[in-house]
Design a protein around this ligand. Structure first.
Ligand code: ADP
Length: 660
């Protein structure tokens, strides 16, 4: 039992952490089972486009079998083998560093089978082998089909060849036919690019290229390659490929100086504008024919030579980032105000994208962003309603509690009213009887007995005062006070009051001095204001030593009338001042313990003055005396009465101000 209790307590204490943790784990597990390829590939392309790009290798040049070549040779695609042979013989003389021949020789062989079979075929193989022996790598790029590499027919098959396909994201990842990855090997044989790079002294055939991964289903390996500078190329944009492009015809007709070809890695390929087969989609634009395949080949080759692959972050890292992001968002929604919650979520998403971009540009690291990003927004949209529900629940609890409190308060007020009301009569009777005893039997009683009867009278007087105050309080709190406004001269009210204090003033030896400025009559409830002033003057005398004096001053301040009661009494500390108007508050110190009181006088004073749209101000210093100021508006009309009051001129209801 106790174990279960401690577990419950533990759960309650860590409820928030548990909700955040479980929520983040569940969301992460859910998201990791989904693929957001469209988002991921779009973000991938965005990074590729906007990040820093490595400079294209200056060694690579492109020889394009373009439309100009076709028209000049008066041929249709594909260009007959004889021209390729002539080109190769010319290139041989220029001593290039390597030649990658990306013209589909199967197509050439199909269209010109005789040329392949007779001397041109032989001459082609001849040049190739001479290049090989002179240490110039020469590789023929070949297509592949379901059976593997499509090797060109004899005798061209004798030339070194390797598969040189441009891979498109067809049914995996982007599914948008964009070329993001390149083939490195197929059925255990290196691809055209790897073979050529290797022969040029590049990577070892056995050690993998950075970011290399295999596709076991077709025994192939790939890598996500970097684009080096293939931006903005298109039929309209001109040959802005990052690599120099020369037309085949210009080489054939000797217009390209030898120096441009010497020691270069020459890639020869078709680039006819009328043939969509010659073009590929790249991450730079989704417009068709955006980059010639030849340019893409150059980029792949460059990436293999310089080992610049993109490394995809492992799955566990994706799990961790998704978990952390969702946990952070849920935590921030639970912790901060809604505005900060949105702000934090957006900031986190942007920060994450920025870090992703930097790592991609500088380290070639591809942090997968789709799951964490979807996680950020999904967790936000799930956490907000959860928080709302929690908050609603809490508010409901408060409301329940509040209602109970109000009921208790009402019960208490009713009880007080009933008790005090019932006490009134017996107390009055005791008082009357005591008076009668003193009057009739007084002279017969001894001095000590007379004193006792006077004590009875004084105590019943105090009890009476208490009962009246409590009844007043219950009236105030149950909304049963009415304002009977009438035009009155406050000075007259004061003069009459002071007369009543005459006996007390003499007994205590505290003279009351009146300093009254002439005043216009103002609208007040004379009975309530009378109670207010009585209490203030009574306090001034009660809390002053014998022999001191109390001054009552009135001033006309134009818009207001100010009544000040100034004493030279015990004064109030800062803390006492702060609580002065609280119900039942009485300052507790050596001087006040012997003085009887209810602690209700000032509470009622403030209430009654505010009901007149006025205010009470106190200035006091411990040991030096206090000044209580009652400030009443001089144009107290029905509209200016405190909001909530009923505005009939003579019957204004004072609102319930509730407990302080
Ligand atoms: P009480 O019936 O105790 O006088 P009040 O609400 O009228 O109740 O006053 C609250 C407390 O404020 C008093 O108990 C007293 O400590 C303090 N107080 C009121 N007036 C004065 C004054 N003129 N000088 C010093 N203390 C005062």
């Amino acid at each position: 039992m106790s174990k279960r209790k401690t577990l419950k307590a533990l759960l309650e204490r860590h409820e928030r952490a548990l909700v955040i943790g479980t929520g983040a784990i569940l969301l992460t597990a859910f998201l990791m089972n989904l693929e957001f390829n469209w988002i991921e590939s779009s973000l991938y392309d965005f990074r590729m486009r906007t990040g820093t790009q490595p400079t294209p290798s200056e060694e690579i040049i492109l020889l394009s079998v373009d439309d100009r070549t076709l028209t000049s040779l008066d041929e249709l695609a594909p260009v007959p083998l004889e021209h390729h042979v002539k080109l190769l013989e010319l290139l041989e003389k220029s001593h290039p560093r390597a030649i990658g021949y990306l013209v589909d020789m199967n197509r050439v062989a199909q269209t010109y089978p005789d040329q392949v079979r007779n001397e041109w075929g032989g001459r082609f193989v001849g040049v190739a082998s001479r290049l090989e022996t002179s240490g110039t790598p020469f590789i023929l790029g070949t297509p592949f089909d379901i059976n593997g590499e499509v090797v060109p027919p004899y005798p061209l098959s004798a030339v070194p060849h390797a598969v040189s396909v441009i891979h498109k994201d067809g049914n995996v990842f982007g599914e948008d036919k964009i070329t993001r990855r390149a083939l490195l090997g197929l059925y255990g044989k290196p691809s055209f690019h790897l073979e050529l790079a290797h022969r040029l002294g590049g990577p070892d055939l056995d050690s993998p290229i950075r970011g290399q991964f295999s596709d076991a289903s077709i025994d192939a390996s790939y890598f996500f390659f970097r684009y080096f500078g293939a931006t903005g190329y298109g039929p309209k944009a001109g040959a802005k490929t990052g690599y120099p492009v020369y037309s085949m015809i210009d080489v054939l007709e000797g217009r390209i100086p030898r120096s441009k070809l010497e020691n270069k890695i020459v890639l020869v390929g078709s680039m006819s504008r009328t043939d969509s087969e010659d073009y590929a989609f790249t991450p730079y634009s989704k417009r068709p024919f955006v980059n010639p395949k030849l340019v893409v080949h150059a980029n792949i080759l460059d990436a293999v030579i310089h080992n610049r692959g993109i490394v995809r972050s492992p799955d566990w890292l994706n799990w961790i980032t998704t978990f952390l992001m969702t946990a952070f968002v849920i935590w921030s929604v639970f912790t901060y105000t809604p505005l900060y919650g949105v702000f934090n979520t957006l900031l986190l998403a942007l920060g994450f994208l920025l870090v992703g971009q930097i790592l991609f540009s500088i380290r070639g690291l591809w942090i997968r962003e789709s799951q964490p990003l979807v996680g950020i927004f999904l967790s936000y949209y799930l956490a907000v309603p959860y928080r709302l529900i929690q908050e609603y629940k809490r508010r409901w609890d408060y409301q329940q509690k509040n209602e109970i409190l109000m009921q208790v308060e009402e019960l208490k007020t009713n009880f007080l009213r009933l008790v005090t009301h019932d006490l009134k009569t017996p107390v009055a009777r005791i008082q009357g009887l005591a008076e009668m005893v003193l009057r009739k039997a007084g002279p017969k009683l001894e001095e000590a007995e007379q004193e006792n009867v006077r004590h009875i009278m004084k105590s019943t007087e105090e009890l009476n005062h208490f009962i009246t105050s409590v009844l007043e309080l219950t009236k105030v709190e149950s909304n049963r006070v009415t304002l009977n406004l009438e035009s009155k001269d406050v000075n007259q009210v004061l003069e009459r009051l002071v007369e009543r204090f005459d006996a007390q003033s003499k007994a205590m030896n505290i003279p009351l001095t009146l300093e009254l400025e002439p005043l216009f009559p103002i609208k007040i409830d004379a009975s309530l204001i009378g109670k207010v002033l009585t209490n203030i003057i009574d306090n001034a005398m009660k809390y002053s030593p014998k022999g001191s004096s109390v001054t009552i001053r009135t001033r006309d301040l134009g818009e207001t009338v100010e009544i000040s009661v100034i004493d030279q009494g015990i004064g109030l500390s800062k803390e006492e001042l702060a609580n002065l108007f609280t119900r039942f508050y009485r300052a507790k110190n050596d001087q006040t313990t012997k003085i009887s009181g209810t602690g209700l006088g000032l509470y009622l004073t403030k209430f009654f003055v505010e009901a007149h749209s006025g205010r009470v101000e106190v200035e006091s210093e411990k040991g030096k005396g206090s000044t209580f100021k009652i400030i009443l508006p001089s144009d107290l009309r029905s509209e200016s009465v405190q909001p909530g009051l009923r505005t009939s001129a003579n019957q204004n209801q004072v609102p319930n101000q509730g407990a302080k």
